[in-house]
Structure formats: C-alpha cells, structure tokens
Design a binder for this molecule. Structure first.
Ligand code: E4P
Length: 218
C-alpha cells in the first residue's frame, strides 16, 4: 500500500519525504486555502513547487463543476508537471470529464466518493484513482472502512484498474484498517503516519535496553 500525504504544506511534504515513506501528495481547495494560496497563478506555482519535491503523483483539484470548465482547468493543471493527476468531483459532468481525460491521456483522481455505486461509475469512466472519504462517512455514523472493503471487493470481481485511494483519514488506525480492507493507497495527514510509530512497549523496551547497556558498560 502506498502512502500519500494529504496537505498543501511544503514543510509537511518535505518532512514526509525526509522520513522516507512518501509516495505522493493529494490536495484540495480547502487545503490550498489553509496554506493561504489564492489566485490561479499562485495555485499553479504552488503545485509546481510540490511537484519539484515529490517524485510520485500529485493530485490537483479543479474548481469548475461544468464539463467545459473542468476540461479547461484540468488541461492547464496537467501541463504543470508530468506527475500531476487531475482531481475531479464525482458529479455528472465530472464523470464525463474523467472519460474525456482518460481518452486524451490525462490521469485523474475521482474525489468526493461515498458509495460503491459511485466507485463503479468512476472506474467505468477510466479514473486512475478513486478517493472514498472514510472520515467523513464515519462522521455521519456510518462505517467508512466497510465502504473501502465493499469497493475493493467490487473492483476485484470486475477487474477494474482504478486504484483505491482511501482519503479523509483521521488517525493511524484508519491506515491499518484501510490496508486490511484492500486500499491501494492511503492519503493522510502527516500526524496519522507518524502515529504509526507509537507503542508504549517500544518506548519501555528501548529504555530498558539502553539502561542495561549503560549498566554493563559503566
Ligand atoms: C481527499 O483527497 C481529501 O483531500 C481529504 O482526504 C479530505 O479529508 P477531510 O475529510 O479530513 O477534509
């Protein structure tokens, strides 16, 4: 399972890369706004900066919701760097645009996915990646991880190539559960990735090893 980081923060992207586990980046308009990146040219320049740092794929999301607008924006985003993937919402014009991008050699990430039915549509349109939002499903008192499992089962039965990119990850446990449920990729905040390191017995064990070594060598 690949690890993407879900942020537009250059510092976080650099930290994840430095840690040695970074396979790609996803962003969305909220994350860009959080970093204070506004205006078309600044947004494109920011994506270029991210693509310079990251070897893997970088999802850049369109703002348009009509077919022509999505195509125009997506084409411009795809020109920024070869590792840009155009992120398109799961709406009627979005699915139509994904089909167009697929037919024209532009890779896509279908976002805002909340059902297996939507996942089938995105795969039929040829989406490269599919982003089901685990945390937001959990927020509605449903089970985000079972959505990943259902989509993984359908994709395996049907032999779809679209990769399942588990998104809206809120904690480290979601990462483990996504791996078990069949996600190809998780995209998460750096804190959820770093949380995987934590276990009290590791800390206790290391303290004892170091103490025993010190005693034996003093
Ligand atoms: C997906 O690609 C989105 O950027 C993201 O994972 C949404 O997460 P959130 O629900 O924490 O905003």
């Amino acid at each position: 399972m690949k690890f993407f980081i879900d942020t537009a923060s250059i510092d976080s992207i650099k930290e994840a890369k430095d840690f040695g586990i970074l396979d790609g980046v996803t962003t969305n308009p909220s994350l860009m706004a959080k970093e204070g990146i506004t205006g078309d040219e600044n947004v494109k320049a920011h994506y270029a900066k991210i693509c310079d740092i990251v070897d893997g794929d970088v999802s850049a999301e369109v703002i348009s919701t009509d077919f022509e607008g999505i195509i125009k924006e997506g084409k411009a985003l795809a020109q920024i760097a070869p590792n840009i993937v155009v992120k398109v919402p799961m709406i009627k014009d979005g699915v139509k645009a994904i089909r167009w991008f697929t037919d024209n050699g532009i890779r896509t990430n279908c976002t805002l996915v909340f059902s297996a039915g939507q996942a089938i549509l995105a795969a039929k349109a040829g989406a490269t990646y599919l982003s089901p939002f685990i945390g937001r499903v959990d927020d509605t008192n449903w089970d985000g991880i079972s959505l990943i499992a259902e989509i993984a089962e359908v994709y395996a039965i049907q032999g779809y190539d679209t990769e399942i990119l588990a998104a809206s990850i809120r904690n480290s446990r979601h990462i483990v559960q996504s791996a078990k449920a069949g996600a190809d990729i998780v995209t998460c905040p750096l804190s959820a990735i770093m949380g995987l390191l934590k276990h009290p017995l590791t800390d206790i064990g290391l303290a004892k090893f170091l103490a025993d070594h010190k005693k034996a060598n003093s």
